[in-house]
Design a protein around this ligand. Structure first.
Ligand SMILES: C[S@@+](CC[C@H](N)C(=O)[O-])C[C@H]1O[C@@H](n2cnc3c(N)ncnc32)[C@H](O)[C@@H]1O
Length: 261
């Protein structure tokens, strides 16, 4: 898929979902879990008087939710899709500076330093693999020494595991959307080589694994034809009944990196 197809994809997202929390992800539980993980990072490492920049902030839902919970953190965002950027401006988030810019080339990360940098399913939009080291460089530059990179991104290794589990029930593999290119452990090597140390945290890198097994493997394997799957009672019941973080079946992983210098 070309960048212009990706642009068309987000044109549709902006028109169809506007300011909705479900704009970039249809699944309520995933969105809530991502926000819970961000809160966990801010509670664990401190938010008073700190700064956070969200790269690829979409319609600004996450920044708005952070602002509602934490009054004193300085918020920033960078979004390169014009309509998504315009939507984020409509959120009128207090003490939040938003730029219409590209995280790969922006001067913001060269000139300013932040305590936290967040990417929430936006690095996967970088389709040209040559740009991954550039973004790594940008994030490194944009962080204060000891600053944290909160990475919420999809990985091909756990996407493969999810599809292996589906295959046990003769379910077809779930493809990767054309506007995404999942990260992998080689991407992590780029970050470590640059000077990032990975922090293993108690929230759980594979927090969403149980939910993905329930909704992408178990439920589709037993459901009656045409029964609804999205946000179903079945998935809500078992996601609540079972502990999170069982197995490694979620492509979306919650990772955390510290700038070591
Ligand atoms: C899947 S959406 C996620 C949006 C938001 N993080 C959220 O959780 O709702 C990915 C967003 O990243 C933006 N994006 C992708 N590549 C970007 C880049 N190079 N610079 C800035 N924004 C980018 C897209 O336009 C899109 O709005």
């Amino acid at each position: 898929m070309s960048d212009s197809h990706q642009k068309q994809h987000y044109d549709k997202v902006a028109v169809n979902h506007g300011l909705s929390a479900l704009s970039s992800i249809k699944d309520h539980h995933i969105r809530e879990a991502e926000l819970k993980y961000i809160n966990f990072c801010l509670e664990t490492y401190g938010h008073q008087g700190k700064s956070l920049i969200d790269l690829g902030h979409g319609n600004g839902h996450t920044l708005k939710t952070i602002r509602e919970k934490y009054e004193s953190i300085d918020l920033y965002g960078i979004e390169y899709h014009e309509k998504m950027y315009q939507l984020s401006c409509e959120q009128n988030i207090e003490n939040c500076t938003l730029w219409h810019d590209d995280m790969i080339s922006t001067e913001v990360l060269k000139k300013q330093k932040f305590d936290f940098i967040l990417t929430e399913r936006s690095l996967v939009n970088i389709l040209n693999l040559k740009n991954r080291p550039k973004v790594c460089e940008q994030i490194y530059h944009g962080l204060k020494p000891g600053g944290l990179f909160i990475m919420i991104e999809s990985f091909s290794e756990t996407w493969i595991k999810m599809n292996e589990a589906r295959n046990e029930f003769q379910l077809e593999a779930i493809p990767i959307s054309h506007h995404n290119k999942y990260l992998n452990e080689d991407t992590i090597k780029i970050f470590k080589k640059k000077g990032f140390e990975e922090i293993e945290h108690s929230f759980g890198r594979h927090y969403l694994s149980t939910h993905f097994y329930i909704t992408r493997v178990w439920h589709p394997s037993i459901r009656q034809s045409n029964a609804p799957m999205d946000n179903s009672h079945f998935s809500k019941f078992f996601t609540k009944a079972l502990p999170p973080s069982i197995g490694e079946y979620s492509p979306i992983q919650f990772r955390l990196f510290k700038k070591t210098e």
